[in-house]
Write a protein that binds this ligand. Structure first.
Ligand SMILES: [Zn+2]
Length: 499
């Protein structure tokens, strides 16, 4: 107690810059790093800022989908997919699983990578992973989005995460539907006119109302504003819209267009991302066309933030020519500010030049260590994590699909320590990157991405506290990003003072 009072007193006297030297957190980390049990406990409490690459439906654990399917009267097909009623034989009510442990276990395995062993139908983690989504989709519809968001933010709040930008589907299927009869055109201006005529942009108000319902439902489930709010109420959320890229060109274009119109219409929606297997036929064949669509529509919509799954490939999954350019085109053509995965780095043309480009433009790589292990079979020294860091490319840790992969963000930090030799200073940098390179609007709290001093308005202020000076108060009031960074530094200060 006396020591923590001393730390607080020192903090008040010296500001933030002096704290890391005086904290015993690095020593506590050093003592824990070779003990996985102690390390897990240390890292669970360690403030992590954000999880920048998180697909909402993939973040949900199979056990939740089974419970919701039972509540909603859904059925289980013989090949272990959820389906709408009636549950006529050979289908069974999903509720049966709650009284049948064997069926329950089979469903958990069908909806995730738990205890995965290759079979003829699912010969790899890649095949199993992408097959899960269709199996649980019936329980992951819009009516359950509030439950999914509540599970996500609560789990992350318990791991000292304070901001999330989950990837969600909002209007994607509706846009695909309206584009179904649209004829393709190589002229993107012509295509834009056709999808407008088909009513794609008219979808905006209904989709924003859908997001209103989802957020209100989440808050209700968490009891936010009530007497006993759950921890997730403290997690701020914005959203990245997913575009299903393995679709006909007009349908991909329509989804990107709707997504960018939604970003422009509502500050809760911050970016767009192309999803679904990058090695699939259409994703490979139309890759450059998709980048051109993002460039064209980006120019039309004032260049909204774009992050892209790029280089989530291995030589086994795609031919050599497809491995040579995805990351570079995502940045140079589509203007991506972040790259998801980037695993195929070494196969890109002029890797050294690409790394220089990413370092200069501050393009962050969303690193998904567990996902890359279980889906791509890439881990440890084979992962480019250390190469990116050595080249000065910003990186952050993320889960990709924590429910399907049976992971969480703490586990990703643990892997970074155990498999990638990240030290304590590195952990702090990863967490700060997750907010610095988030798509939150506003100026950074930091003077530079070296994170060595606050912006002038807040220099010398005590992190996380109500600022003493009006300049810092005004600065935080004007910047959503700086506010979350301020909260994070407060959590970090408290964490470090606890040792
Ligand atoms: Zn992903």
């Amino acid at each position: 107690m006396i020591r923590s009072l001393l730390v607080v007193a020192l903090l008040a006297l010296t500001g933030c810059a002096a704290l890391p030297d005086r904290s015993r957190a690095p020593q506590a980390f050093a003592a824990a790093r070779d003990n996985p049990v102690a390390l897990r406990a240390f890292l669970e409490r360690f403030p992590k800022g954000s999880d920048l690459h998180n697909h909402l439906s993939g973040a949900i654990y199979a056990e939740s989908y089974i419970r919701w399917a039972a509540e909603d009267g859904l059925c289980v097909t013989p090949d272990l997919a959820l389906a709408a009623p009636p549950c006529t034989a050979p289908r069974r009510p999903a509720a049966d699983a709650l009284g049948d442990q064997a069926l329950y276990d089979r469903l958990v395995r069908a909806f995730s990578l738990r205890e995965f062993v290759p079979t003829a139908d699912a010969p790899s983690g890649h095949a199993q992973f992408f097959a899960t989504f269709a199996r649980f989709a019936a329980a992951a519809g819009p009516a359950r989005t509030p439950d999914m968001l509540a599970e996500l933010v609560d789990r992350n709040a318990r791991q000292s995460v304070l901001y999330l930008e989950p990837m969600i589907l909002l209007g994607a299927f509706e846009a695909i539907g309206r584009a179904a009869a649209v004829a393709p055109s190589d002229d993107l201006a012509v295509l834009d006119g056709r999808i407008r005529a088909a009513g794609v942009y008219d979808l905006v108000p209904a989709q924003l109302a859908e997001l209103d319902r989802a957020e209100a439902g989440m808050r209700a489930r968490l009891g936010c504003g009530g007497a006993a709010p759950r921890p997730g109420c403290a997690v701020a959320t914005r959203y990245i819209l997913q575009v299903l890229r393995n679709a006909p060109a007009p349908a991909v274009f329509a989804q990107i267009a709707l997504s960018m119109a939604l970003i422009k219409a509502d500050p809760r929606i911050v970016a767009v991302n192309l999803v679904a297997p990058e090695d699939a036929l259409i994703a490979r064949r139309d890759y450059t066309l998709h980048m051109q669509m993002l460039a064209y529509l980006g120019a039309r919509f004032d260049r909204p933030p774009v992050t892209l799954h790029a280089g989530e490939l291995t030589p086994e999954l795609a031919p050599p020519d497809d491995l040579r350019f995805h990351i570079r085109q995502a940045i140079e053509i589509a203007g991506a500010r972040r790259i998801g995965h980037g695993v195929a780095l070494a196969h890109e043309d002029d890797m050294a030049g690409l790394l220089r480009l990413m370092a200069e433009r501050r393009v962050l790589v969303e690193i998904n260590l567990t996902s890359n292990d279980v889906i791509l079979g890439v881990k440890g020294a084979n992962h480019p994590f250390r190469t990116y860091r050595a080249a000065g490319v910003p990186v952050a840790l993320s889960t990709d699909d924590e429910g399907v992969a049976r992971s969480d963000l703490t586990n990703e930090y643990q892997r970074a320590v155990q498999e990638q030799a990240v030290d304590y200073a590195g952990l702090k940098q990863l967490a700060r990157n997750a907010l610095e390179y988030s798509f939150l609007p506003g100026d950074s709290l930091w003077q530079s991405s070296a994170f060595d001093d606050f912006a002038a308005a807040c220099r010398g202020e005590r992190p996380g506290a109500v600022p003493a000076g009006p300049a810092c108060r005004d600065f935080l009031a004007a910047s959503a990003k700086a506010r979350e960074q301020w909260r994070h530094e407060g959590l970090m200060t408290a964490f470090e003072a606890s040792f």
